[in-house]
Ligand binder design. Structure first.
Ligand code: HEC
Length: 202
């Protein structure tokens, strides 16, 4: 081999080694760089959603019906110590008054968590993340489908009035996911809401 040939062979070998090294190291380096930033992005997204969800829940009236009202200094107000826990299980309501043929067609109890009307009697759901009695075992997908379809768990019985799902179904996916993300963060409260009574059943 001439000196020139030797130099060339050594050069090719070096290039091959450098290439092989960079091919095996580069993905590792990229992984190392990407992983933390991806995690951060997910955390950021979740905290953005929680903030937005809190805003939506506090402006779309969820507390009006899902947080039991108590008598405050200026009249009835949502009892925030029981925020979003639905109709209180220890508040057994008597049969609703007979309203005749109108013009009054529906009534509510003082907690604003039980309603009687042409549909029967409905009780507001426990939206806190309690796993037994609230939304603790719900997935984001179940929540979004529930609001979109107006059906319990997105597949079962129709959700009764006055739950304004026909309004909330117009929210974007991102907003509904944000509401769910926020609901994950509220204090879980164990409170078994009674089943509704359908008109004609009770
Ligand atoms: C005007 C009263 C009212 C308001 C306001 C209201 N809800 Fe409801 N909601 C109800 C009632 C009543 C039910 C139970 C209906 C039933 O049992 O069929 C219910 C049920 C639900 C359910 C349970 C559905 C299921 O599958 O069990 C979810 C989830 C829900 N509401 C979320 C919300 C959210 C989120 C908001 C605010 C953006 C909200 N609600 C505002 C009255 C209301």
């Amino acid at each position: 081999m001439s000196v020139q040939q030797k130099t060339f062979t050594a050069f090719v070998a070096t290039v091959a080694v450098v290439l092989a090294l960079s091919l095996s190291v580069a993905p590792m380096a990229a992984k190392k760089l990407m992983k933390p930033s991806q995690v951060q992005t997910q955390t950021e997204l979740t905290s953005q959603r929680v903030e937005r969800g809190k805003y939506i829940v506090s402006t779309a009236g969820c507390h009006d019906c899902h947080t039991p009202w108590k008598m405050g200094a200026k009249g009835p107000e949502p009892d925030m110590t029981r925020a979003l826990s639905g109709h209180p299980e220890d508040f057994k309501v008597p049969p609703p008054p007979k309203l005749g043929n109108g013009p009054w067609v529906w009534t509510a109890v003082g907690t604003n968590t039980a309603f009687a009307g042409p549909w029967g009697i409905s009780y507001t759901a426990n939206l806190t993340p309690d796993r037994l009695t609230g939304t603790g075992i719900w997935t984001e997908d179940i929540f979004v489908k529930t609001i979109r379809t107006g059906r319990h768990w997105g597949v079962a019985r129709p959700i009764l009035p006055p739950m304004p799902w026909p309004v909330y179904r117009n929210m974007t996916d991102e907003d509904l996911k944000s509401v769910f993300a926020y609901l994950r963060t509220v204090k879980p409260i164990r409170n078994q809401v009674p089943e509704p009574v359908l008109a004609g059943e009770g």
